[in-house]
Design a protein around this ligand. Structure first.
Ligand SMILES: Cc1cc2nc3c(=O)[nH]c(=O)nc-3n(C[C@H](O)[C@H](O)[C@H](O)COP(=O)(O)OP(=O)(O)OC[C@H]3O[C@@H](n4cnc5c(N)ncnc54)[C@H](O)[C@@H]3O)c2cc1C
Length: 400
């Protein structure tokens, strides 16, 4: 008789890789990571892939522990009662514990013409699809970026720096998360790059055609290439599998990231909705959540009580091309007046991108070494939970 525990991790992004690596702390745990691509997608560089300044992929050998078995496939269905997952290529994989870390993608735009004519860039495949459009569009062609959260701002800046004529359509405020001081800095930098920023309540996009974007105020902007960055959605795997989710489709869990339906399933990253109060969809949250999910499984295997998450949000970090950026500090997830912008901001952002890969590689080489999820924090979250806060927006933009 063997005491080995089989853990299956669905999704090889920031949360899934962190969880898979950490689970190898125990020699009697076998970890299988299922992901549709054979390379790790460094999603926080996807705007760079679009503009041609980075490949946005990392070899799994660099970030995945040797004891993690990588299965290149997609999970079609979770059978919670039978403790197995069905693969798209056929066949099933059984588990004792399951980590649900399928991440996010672009939200359904629900604007006439957007699904047909605009290009989302929330996933590697979407970003790749956009590249040929730039290869064929003349350098002077009008490019519209829709959505002025961090992804939209970063994409607009990156494309402008690559010589494109970019209009950023905010559909409201530029960088809603930013402190007014940070927002002014970003506006200045975008203007310096030649990005034309359209903000205010009447700048919501009402229609997209092959060569134009229509706004709520009646304006029609010529647009040879329209990039859609407004909001993230999540895969519907949990919904399809009959598991409890929030309105967006994120798996509902308690504060230990355990599914409200099944103690054998834990969730992490963008596809998790702990206590119906999900964290901001971000790499910043996904990595500690991945570590927390692994710790929950390891506690259960050890017969111990898992700890609750305690996640602080201290900053939002936005690149503005390769030479500019802003590190917007926050307290209790609310932006404060202090930021680091300009070239130091760009350097900090680049450091963050590198440190993310380092953290994953560090956990691969020495499982259990990552400790950021153990910092004290999350006071505001605990207050909200005590006050009985429930529910979250139906689409979400990232935090950092
Ligand atoms: C352009 C851009 C820039 C960004 N910049 C930042 C930033 O600077 N800072 C920040 O904090 N966040 C940033 N984000 C957001 C960040 O990338 C996401 O929040 C983060 O990737 C979430 O991590 P995750 O592990 O939950 O999911 P993901 O990284 O999305 O990984 C999920 C994985 O699961 C796989 N998967 C999905 N369905 C299945 C299935 N059925 N079976 C098997 N595998 C499946 C996917 O293919 C993917 O590999 C950015 C996003 C974009 C698009």
């Amino acid at each position: 008789m063997t005491n080995n525990t089989e853990v299956v991790v669905i999704g090889g992004g920031y949360a899934g890789v962190m969880a898979a690596n950490r689970l190898t702390r125990r020699d009697d745990v076998t970890v299988t990571l299922i992901n549709p691509r054979p390379t790790f997608v460094h999603r926080i560089r996807l705007h760079q892939l679009v503009a041609g300044s980075d490949s946005a992929v990392v070899d799994y050998r660099e970030v995945l522990g040797e004891r993690v078995r990588l299965v290149v496939d997609s999970v079609d269905q979770i059978d919670a009662a039978g403790r197995s997952v069905a693969l798209a290529s056929g066949g099933t994989v059984g588990y004792d514990y399951l980590v649900y870390a399928v991440g996010s993608g672009s939200a359904d735009p629900a604007v006439p013409g957007a699904a047909e004519f605009a290009y989302p860039i929330a996933t590697f495949e979407e970003a790749e699809r956009l590249r040929p459009a730039f290869d064929t569009a003349p350098a002077t062609a009008a490019v519209t970026v829709v959505g002025a959260g961090p992804t939209g701002i970063e994409t607009a800046a990156e494309l402008a720096e690559a010589g494109r004529a970019v209009t950023l359509v905010c559909g409201g405020a530029l960088g809603p998360y930013l402190h007014p001081r940070g927002r002014r800095s970003v506006a200045r930098r975008l203007a310096g790059l030649g990005v034309s920023v359209l903000d205010g309540p009447d700048t919501t996009v009402t229609a997209v055609t092959r060569d134009a974007v229509r706004l709520a105020d009646g304006r029609e902007l010529p647009s040879a290439v329209t990039v859609w960055t407004a909001g993230f959605g999540v895969p519907d795997l949990a919904v399809r599998s009959g598991l409890s989710t929030d309105a967006l489709g994120r798996l509902r869990t308690d504060e230990t990231l355990t599914s409200v339906d099944d103690v054998r399933i834990v969730a992490a990253g963008d596809s998790a909705a702990p206590s119906g109060l999900p964290l901001r969809m971000s790499c910043q949250a996904a990595m500690p959540l991945g570590a927390r999910a692994a710790d929950t499984v390891l506690s259960r295997i050890a017969g111990e009580r898992p700890s609750a998450l305690n996640q602080p949000f201290g900053a939002q970090c936005i690149s503005l091309g390769r030479r500019d950026g802003i590190f917007q500090f926050a307290r209790d997830d609310v932006a404060v007046w202090f930021n680091i912008d300009g070239r130091p901001g760009a350097k900090l952002k680049e450091l963050v991108c590198k440190v993310v890969v380092k953290h994953l590689a560090g956990e691969a080489g020495k499982p259990g070494s990552y400790r950021l999820h153990l910092r004290s924090g999350g006071t505001k979250r605990r207050q909200l939970l005590r006050a009985g806060h429930e529910g979250a927006p139906a689409t979400a933009e990232r935090a950092a």
